[in-house]
Design a protein around this ligand. Structure first.
Ligand code: UN1
Length: 508
């Protein structure tokens, strides 16, 4: 009887594998880890192989063996498979969305947006298979032809975070593939299922064995990928601290490294702004994905003339946000990803209250009662009267916390926005076209929005940031091709004789 009851209450969990050389395999050590639902940690989504250096070595070997054949497959043919992948993702969108919410916590609408972003990226980037434009240019000698083509870089290591479990892996994977590279993905340990769903779809679409490989696991597996001598490129999204270590390691053997890291994004609200629209944008920008976006609006820089009105309206709206399990369609703010992140966020709330002595306008607590008891829930939190130098106004929190900072002039606002170590996204609410254009010119970020929040980048525009956010690369758009391919300049001399550039006189 007791047993039957146990069987009834025990939630189902499944076993998943690494994908290496086209085979679904256990880890070399036989170790596993559990992927749990952050809204209810008694809900185990599945167990996944805990991989180590040996698994990474096998995956890199597989990627290396598949490289020549894939590189020589004409790009339009590679792209045809990717278009099929887009169809498969579209067909499975609902299931992938649900599974993502279960493993990551973000509400279903947003998880659907995440899968959609992967679909958009797949279709858009697959289109590059029939472009991958190079260029021709005149040569300086007669009877000589000059052109430039893209060539793949080789085996790429992709290290992905938890906050966009399918979109971010797709941003890296699809351009890598269309450019003719083979890859090993080390997925975020909190959200391995969404990467498995993406890669299973690659298998179904017909991507040849060894072209895409996945190792599940933690930082040691990522480090083995970064240190592997046959990996030519590392593309990483995650914290600025980890990114810096990766860049240093990559420098040792001159790997190409593309980094997307932290943010401390700000919305400026001018005195002429539509305040209601700015409040809606701030709400979405700060608390969408529980603030766990690199692009989250974690600073709201508000003109003193509208400051009081803005804060009142904002706090009133924030207090009404429905926190809960993302699987419930009524939920607006889901849990945060794990215990460690939750503690970090709560730690920042303490800093805001005690060290910064900002005004805690609403929120500030972990929710632990009733339906919240087994999850990592934090009340949406607003600090007001934040000084530009306060720690909550300077450091990335990556949770449902935002800081309102007052200002008097546009110059001052721009200075506040730029005066942090990051530079991903910025926004301004104003009805004045001159102010909007001046802000567009002066805000030193990789992304800038007018009359909209700091989140919501589209896949056909470059994504990335300045300063501590990145190392000069951009994902998405066609700009991503510059990460995953290298230029080859080609000169064809059809004069039939030796011609010396820079030296021979050309008869005119
Ligand atoms: C991220 O936060 O790392 O612009 C990615 C956005 C999303 C992507 C965010 N399309 O908010």
């Amino acid at each position: 009887m007791a047993k039957a009851k146990e069987a009834k209450t025990k939630k189902k969990s499944a076993t998943y594998y690494n994908y290496i050389g086209g085979e679904w395999v256990k880890s070399a050590s036989g170790a596993w880890f559990d992927n749990v639902n952050p809204a209810d940690t008694t809900d185990v989504v599945g167990r996944f192989p805990k991989s180590n250096e040996e698994d990474v070595n096998r995956a890199v070997d597989a990627a290396k063996s598949a490289a020549t054949r894939w590189r020589r497959t004409p790009a339009p043919k590679r792209a045809e498979i990717l278009f099929r992948l887009g169809e498969i993702l579209r067909e499975n969108k609902d299931e992938f969305t649900r599974q993502m919410t279960r493993e990551m916590g973000k509400v279903m609408k947003e998880a659907g947006g995440d899968v959609q972003e992967a679909i958009d990226c797949t279709y858009y980037t697959a289109g590059e298979g029939r472009r991958l434009h190079g260029f021709t240019t005149p040569a300086e000698m007669p009877n000589k032809f000059a052109m430039c083509v893209r060539q793949p870089v080789g085996v790429c290591g992709l290290i992905t975070p938890f906050n966009f479990p399918m979109a971010i892996p797709s941003w890296k994977l699809i351009p890598a593939l269309v450019c003719g590279n083979t890859v090993v993905i080390k997925s975020g340990e909190d959200v391995p299922l969404s990467t498995i769903n993406l890669v299973k779809s690659c298998e179904e679409a017909g991507i040849p064995k060894g072209v895409v490989n996945v190792v599940n696991g933690f930082g040691d597996a990522g480090a083995a990928l970064v240190n592997h001598k046959d990996v030519r490129l590392i593309s990483f999204t995650g914290s600025t601290d980890t990114g810096r270590i990766i860049a240093e390691k990559c420098a040792a053997d001159n790997k190409i490294v593309s980094l997307e890291m932290g943010g401390k994004n700000a919305i400026i609200v001018m005195d002429d702004a539509d305040v209601d629209n700015a409040v809606e944008g701030s709400l979405w920008g700060a608390f969408g994905t529980s603030g766990q976006r690199c692009t989250a609006s974690s600073r709201l820089v508000v003109h003193k003339k509208v400051y009081k009105k803005f804060c009142e309206k904002l706090v009133e709206r924030v207090k009404k946000l429905r926190v809960g399990n993302g699987l419930d369609p009524k939920t607006e703010v889901g849990p945060v990803i794990n215990q460690k992140q939750m503690e970090k966020i709560l730690g920042y709330i303490e800093i805001g209250k005690n060290e910064d002595k900002a005004t805690l306008a609403c929120g500030g607590n972990r929710l632990t009662k009733g339906a919240f008891k087994n999850g990592y829930f934090i009340e949406p939190t607003v600090f007001t009267d934040v000084d530009r130098n306060h720690r909550v106004g300077q450091e990335e929190i990556f949770g449902p916390v935002t800081s309102v900072i007052p200002f008097s002039t546009l110059d001052e606002a721009i200075d506040i926005v730029n005066d942090v170590k990051y530079g991903l996204s910025s926004a301004i609410y104003t009805q004045d076209v001159n102010r909007a254009f001046f802000a567009m010119q002066e805000l030193y970020t990789g992304i800038c929005y007018i009359n909209s929040a700091t989140i919501g980048a589209e896949v056909h525009l470059p994504f990335g940031g300045t300063k501590g956010t990145g190392n000069g690369h951009r994902e998405a758009g066609t700009q991503v091709l510059d990460i995953f391919s290298e230029w080859k300049a080609i000169y064809v001399d059809y004069s039939g004789k030796l011609q010396k550039a820079q030296i021979d006189e050309v008869e005119i």
